[in-house]
Ligand binder design. Structure first.
Ligand SMILES: Cc1cc2nc3c(=O)[nH]c(=O)nc-3n(C[C@H](O)[C@H](O)[C@H](O)COP(=O)(O)O)c2cc1C
Ligand SMILES: Nc1ncnc2c1ncn2[C@@H]1O[C@H](COP(=O)(O)OP(=O)(O)O)[C@@H](O)[C@H]1O
Length: 317
């Protein structure tokens, strides 16, 4: 997948594409339905399937306090979109100047002139440009006038609920990982680079990989049974996502202890799949009390994995 960072990097050779526009936070099953639609039209028209995303996401610029925690950062979106077979990802630097473009300028100059969009797929509630004055009705007029294709996106529902990034955040906040997974089409995961910590973990008997998450707000908090995909393979384990009040931690971070693993993860990238919430983070009176609790958490996680493995065996019989 080709990656174009910023409008200034669009070149003449990029003219001509089928485009969809959105945040695609989580690249969930609803997004995947839209992306399948995009790829199908792109194949018919023999043009590249192109996705436009914004960085930061619009609400993060306009109302940073109200902006929800991201399900995925740009890198994760990139990986999810590439995996689905998207040809080109255009990441627009979302700033006030961009947000203030006149709606007809956005369509005529950017979409048609610069990108040569032949077909556009967006939600019928899509608003854009200065004061969010551009809408689907305007796009319909422009599509007729300039002769490009326009299709509203399909809205995917599951058990009567529309699949959305908001619904997934709510499921995660309610510790309903199964519901979040059903809407994402995969377990919710976080990934990042393993960094050095204070090396307390190994003193406690539980070395923990500190995963650098590159974000201020997280949609999940607490202790989880996890699976980690590492350079050394896949491991089960237990992890805490929190600020570690017992050892006077400040920022929230992800600390994962992998079962039956010995090795060095520093500097490598790992993906941590959340499988089951075990409990909320607590402040313990002593490091010994924390250590005993981590021991119980590890046992609870092992029990979870054993029972889910035997369920799997039963399901296969
Ligand atoms: C399964 C697990 C559960 C944890 N639960 C808590 C907790 O409830 N409260 C807390 O303050 N720290 C908790 N921690 C975080 C530990 O404080 C942290 O991993 C330990 O201090 C190691 O820090 P280090 O990476 O700097 O060596 C937990 C860690 C693990 C692995
Ligand atoms: N079973 C394991 N689970 C997680 N990390 C492990 C494990 N065994 C060894 N390690 C290594 O030890 C490091 C964690 O040790 P720890 O004492 O907690 O140090 P730090 O505070 O630097 O994270 C990890 O980053 C990883 O490289």
């Amino acid at each position: 997948m080709e990656f174009i960072r910023g409008l200034h990097n669009i070149k003449a050779e990029h003219r001509g594409c089928v485009l969809t526009i959105g945040n695609f936070d989580g690249v969930h099953l609803g997004h995947q339905a839209v992306l399948a639609q995009l790829i199908q039209v792109a194949k018919q028209r023999q043009l590249p399937a192109c996705v436009m995303v914004f960085e930061p996401q619009p609400l993060e610029l306009f109302a940073p306090d109200k902006a929800p925690a991201r399900l995925s950062r740009l890198r994760e979106k990139y990986l999810g979109l590439a995996r689905l077979g998207i040809d080109r990802l255009l990441c627009v630097n979302f700033n006030r100047r961009f947000a203030d473009l006149a709606p007809d300028y956005f369509v005529e100059q950017l979409l048609l002139q610069q990108l040569g969009v032949q077909h556009l797929i967006v939600g019928d509630d899509f608003c854009f440009g200065k004061n969010r004055a551009g809408n689907f009705a305007l796009l319909q007029q422009e599509a007729e006038r300039f002769n490009f294709g326009l299709t509203p996106t399909a809205s995917l529902k599951q058990q009567m609920q529309r699949i959305s990034s908001t619904a997934i955040r709510q499921a995660l906040a309610a510790d309903d990982l199964a519901l979040a997974e059903a809407m994402l089409g995969r377990p919710f995961s976080l990934n990042g680079k393993v960094r050095h910590g204070r090396q307390l973990g190994r003193q406690l008997g539980f070395p923990t990989a500190n995963v650098w998450l590159y974000r201020k707000k997280l949609p999940v908090h607490g202790v989880y049974a996890i699976e980690a995909i590492t350079d050394f393979g896949r491991y089960q384990g237990v992890a805490n996502i929190g600020s570690r009040p017992t050892v006077s931690g400040k920022t929230e971070q992800l600390e994962a202890h992998l079962f039956d693993f010995k090795g060095n993860l520093y500097g490598s990238q790992i993906e941590v799949l959340l499988r089951q919430k075990l409990r909320n983070e607590q402040s313990f009176a002593s490091v010994e009390a924390l250590q005993q609790q981590i021991q119980r958490d590890a046992e609870a996680a092992r029990t979870y994995f054993q029972s889910s493995a035997s369920e799997q065996v039963e399901a296969n019989q």
